[in-house]
Design a protein around this ligand. Structure first.
Ligand SMILES: CC(C)(COP(=O)(O)OP(=O)(O)OC[C@H]1O[C@@H](n2cnc3c(N)ncnc32)[C@H](O)[C@@H]1OP(=O)(O)O)[C@@H](O)C(=O)NCCC(=O)NCCS
Length: 247
């Protein structure tokens, strides 16, 4: 099954760390990205072999082959990274789908070497991405920079501070400025585990540098957050959010 050594050609991997380097062991947050357009039939077959029955069943239900490909790539990428980064986890680890829109978790436990493992994935046409971490809650989002956004949506989903930031951007197109905010916000909601069910106006994030600017107590303000954001060379924007785990 595991005929590919991780990370294989095409996968880009980076290690992220909180600025103050207080995370024991250094880089505790790992991100992998895999552009999917150029994946061969053979590579897809191998990726598919990493999925469990539930994931394979979900993959079957996609109407478009591209969406199925990206789903398979993201789920396989995650499993490869978990196996590589946390070899002490019991494998094949079961990834339990979140109940009613909840965050998927490792099941029965993500305990590894005295810590707890969290993960998150994102897939969009042409790109799969995953983040894994020990002792942090993590979320990731990726979007194509070419995506045309209806910026009129900003008022519905961005806080006043974020809307003001959008209006003052001169060097970015409105769509690209929107995507900078959106991916940060979505990554944060995915780290929280609420997804987009949370009231998106209850917190403000800003890019350059990516950061949490204001928040209500419900969004874990008392804990330390860190954000990263970068454009990929293939034309996607990625954002990762992490916060210290409840102790
Ligand atoms: C989770 C959510 C933010 C995903 O947004 P998206 O841009 O469409 O998709 P992405 O590719 O970035 O992320 C999808 C992955 O996020 C993960 N995810 C799902 N729910 C999540 C949650 N609550 N928190 C964190 N991650 C979640 C899953 O692994 C999912 O991948 P999969 O569908 O292949 O298993 C969005 O769908 C959401 O808010 N869902 C919650 C609301 C909901 O689902 N309501 C229905 C209730 S029945």
């Amino acid at each position: 099954m595991n005929q590919l050594t991780f990370p294989w050609a095409g996968i880009e991997r980076q290690a992220l760390a909180f600025d103050d380097e207080s995370t024991p062991g250094g880089a505790a947050i790992d991100v992998s990205t895999l552009p999917t357009e150029a994946l061969s039939g053979g590579e897809m077959e191998l990726l598919r072999s990493w999925l469990n029955d539930e994931e394979n069943g979900r993959a079957e239900r996609f109407l478009h082959g591209e969406d199925r490909r990206d789903f398979v790539a993201a789920h396989a990428l995650l499993r490869m990274q978990l196996r590589d980064r946390f070899p002490d986890l019991l494998f094949p680890a079961t990834i339990a789908a979140g109940e009613q829109g909840g965050k998927p978790r490792l099941s029965p436990t993500g305990n590894c070497d005295g810590g707890t493992v969290d993960f998150n994935i994102s897939h969009t046409r042409g790109m799969a991405a995953c983040v894994t971490a020990k002792d942090h809650d993590v979320g990731i989002d990726c979007e194509p920079l070419a995506r045309k956004v209806d910026v009129a949506l900003a008022e519905a989903c961005f806080s006043q501070l974020e809307c003001e930031w959008l209006e003052t951007q001169r060097s970015l197109t409105p769509s690209i400025a929107f995507l900078h905010l959106w991916t940060l916000k979505e990554a944060m909601t995915k780290a929280l585990g609420t997804g987009l069910t949370i009231d998106l106006k209850t917190f403000s994030v800003l890019p350059f540098p990516p950061r949490l600017v204001e928040t209500s107590p419900d969004t874990g303000a008392q804990r330390r957050w860190a954000f990263w954001q970068w454009p990929s060379k293939d034309g996607f924007i990625l954002a990762v959010a992490a916060r210290d785990r409840d102790t």
